[in-house]
Design a protein around this ligand. Structure first.
Ligand code: GAL
Length: 441
């Protein structure tokens, strides 16, 4: 791997933090961990996320490894990634960090991530893991993280009890959804659960964009990052849909009170209690619904966002091992090995709402929604497209700029969809072209 002088190679996103480097950091500032202890920095703090992390920690403990928890609250990981940056800069890096997709590039380039090629080789990851997973774990032909699970983003959840109670047939397309929303409203039910938190707005948006653009154009936008693709009218349509969808979460008749920046767990709680009937989000919500005692197929339906049924908009959770002085390498390698094992994969993903990263695990025991996601992802004919918001496509800075643009549009009723499209287009033209990676996702 190319090694660079790390300060010279400092990512753009971190220049603002440079002053802290002026003062030498005493060696004692490093996080002290006893042998066998691994501090894990992550953002899994909801009930189901915690339970999934605890499950992994228990499996590791059986093998003599201690997961020392360092969770930073904040869905989508924005705050956790900032904390990680700061800790790395102050040479207080944890041994293990949730570091997904493109956000690993910069750290890997600087030689900060342990290469796990030997583990991958020993455990036959090239054979057992899905190619998209392997690609997300690799930077310049080296494996730099261990995989946990595959989330699907383009889900539409319907609360079946609400639909039954009001005698409404669960809709399958936009026209049906609009009609159902109007009936729900007149029955006093808020049709849609929606949050104005930037990452949540953009998570809904990317699923809507996939529906409007189709997988091919979506790929030109998010994978090839061709600015010309952002001129397509599908983008304007997606912005229009976003506005319509958000409006279905607001009080009827233009009454005061907006969607507000609510944590995703509150949306899931509203949906579970029947205070809202529809929800578009990643399937971490299904993990949380499970923790609340709801069952897919019985209490809620999981469908694809209209127009996206054939496609899998994915995000893959991974844990990177920070190299440090390499003293923990044997434990880190052992952990990586365990994370990808069939037993941990099945146990963890069943709780988390995601699906296993391996091609060779029996998934018949998973719930119907998980089986559907897994089978779709496993089918080579399925268009699998990477999530922008969950770091599968753009680097951290570019991703945040795109999210901010989408968020501004959602919050500003005076901004037209055409104006929002022009802003995104301008952004794409200004961003540097995509850095080389080992393989396209
Ligand atoms: C995603 C992450 C998921 C889930 C979600 C909500 O970025 O991949 O594992 O935790 O955020 O926080």
């Amino acid at each position: 791997m190319r090694r660079m002088l790390w300060a010279a190679a400092l990512p753009m996103s971190l220049w603002s933090a440079l002053p802290v480097l002026a003062a030498p950091v005493p060696a004692s500032a490093a996080v002290a961990e006893a042998p066998g202890e691994l501090t894990v920095l992550h953002w899994w703090t909801s009930t189901s996320e915690r339970a999934a992390a605890n499950h992994v920690a228990a499996r590791l403990a059986e093998q003599g490894l201690r997961w020392v928890d360092s969770a930073v609250a904040g869905g989508g990981g924005g705050p956790a990634v900032k904390v990680l940056n700061e800790r790395i800069l102050r040479r207080m890096a944890p041994k293990v960090a949730q570091l997904n997709g493109q956000s690993m590039n910069e750290w890997a380039d600087m030689g900060l991530l342990l290469e796990l090629d030997a583990v991958a080789q020993r455990k036959g990851w090239a054979r057992t893991l899905f190619p998209q997973v392997l690609s997300q774990l690799s930077v310049r032909e080296h494996i730099v993280a261990a995989p946990l699970g595959i989330h699907r983003i383009n889900n539409l959840y319907l609360n079946l009890a609400v639909f039954r109670q009001h005698g409404i047939e669960p809709p399958t397309d936009w026209a049906g959804l609009t009609r159902a929303a109007a009936r729900l409203r007149s029955a006093g039910v808020t049709p849609v659960a929606f949050s104005d938190e930037p990452w949540q707005v953009a998570t809904v948006f990317e699923a809507l964009l996939l529906g409007e653009a189709g997988p091919q154009l979506y790929r030109r936008m998010m994978v090839a990052q061709e600015w010309q693709a952002f001129e397509d009218p599908a983008l304007e349509r997606a912005f229009r849909r976003l506005r319509q969808w958000r409006s279905l979460s607001l009080p009827a008749g233009g009454a005061a009170g907006g969607a507000a920046e609510r944590p995703w767990t509150e949306l899931v709680a509203d949906f579970a209690a029947g205070r809202a009937a529809l929800l578009i989000t990643g399937d971490w919500a299904r993990g949380e619904l499970g923790a609340l005692g709801l069952e897919g197929g019985r209490d809620f339906d999981c469908r694809a966002v209209p127009g996206t049924a054939a496609a899998h908009l994915f995000s893959i959770d991974t844990l990177a091992m920070l190299a440090g002085d390499r003293s923990a390498q044997p434990e880190q390698e052992k952990m990586a090995e365990l994370l990808a094992s069939a037993t941990v994969q099945l146990g963890y993903n069943r709780i988390k709402g995601s699906v296993p990263v391996r091609k060779d695990v029996p998934v018949d025991e998973l719930d119907p929604c998980a089986q559907q996601s897994y089978r779709l992802f496993a089918n080579p004919a399925t268009p699998r497209v990477p999530s922008l918001v969950h770091r599968m496509a753009f680097g951290e800075v570019g991703k945040n700029a795109l999210i901010e643009t989408v968020h501004r549009f959602a919050l500003d009723p005076a901004q037209t969809p055409a104006a929002a499209q022009r802003r995104l287009l301008g952004l794409l033209r200004a961003l540097p072209s995509k850095p080389a990676r080992s393989a396209a996702p």
